[in-house]
Design a protein around this ligand. Sequence first.
Ligand code: OGA
Ligand code: MN
Length: 284
Amino acid sequence: MTVKITPLARYFAAEVKGVNLTEPVAEYDFAEVADAFETHSILVFRNQPLDDEQQVAFSRRFGPLEITVNSNPGGAGTEVTVLSNLDRDGSVIPPEDRRMVFNTGNQMWHTDSSFKPVPATASLLSARRVPPQGGETEFATMRAAYDALEADRRAELDELVCVHDFAYSRGLIDPNLLRARDKSEVPPVRHPLVRSNPANGRRNLFTGAHASYVDGMPLAEGRRLIGELTAHATRPEFVYRHEWLEGDLVMWDNRCALHRGRPWDAGHARVMHRTTIAGVGPTL
Ligand code: OGA
Ligand code: MN
């Protein structure tokens, strides 16, 4: 056994050492990694200079991948989402460019694809170019946040359903960002406010930027509740902040963790490639 798992924060997140993701990972090592993922929610692998093919090959071991239409250059539908501020000619795209504004949505606490009927299980982000400062990614555990609530509060929340809506979350950045046609492609969807992990039964809140309102509750009241729970889940003790080095691969559990990108000096290149493991079925 070569795999070594070292916790990085109080409640979640761990570094995985002893695996080389540029080569096929042996089945018994992979089983340990998959197990650690269910337990720790966020896995950090350092020194993994992956190309897209290697990233896709490792990611597929966890299940089928989502196909994403990139907002960035190069982008037909693909298994690899490129988060990059580099234009085709290698120059840095100015932050006011529509493509960059669209990506600032990643700087709000969110969970990937929660606006889809079947939200993603996991995302794997590979750092190809990182700025000298800033551009960190923060993660928050909605599991520990749920556990920290009083039992009667948890019981109340267990019954609630949220409506997640991509047009709502992108509208928070700029109401004109999505055209009517784009909106009709991502109709609002319903997910429980509390989810449980199928492998270990651990329960967690499920909120984030796409969560627009609570089903059956007045709009303002539901929004206030969602905001309050997201604020609770992102208190410092529930957060792991990842400072990227080139060659890092970080994998996170979208079912039970929030994440957000942090800003950086927009004159510097930041290039991250993401693969996304599709979810397995409806949440309700
Ligand atoms: C993502 C994301 C944040 C970042 O890739 O899903 O939200 O720091 N990224 O790039
Ligand atoms: Mn994201």
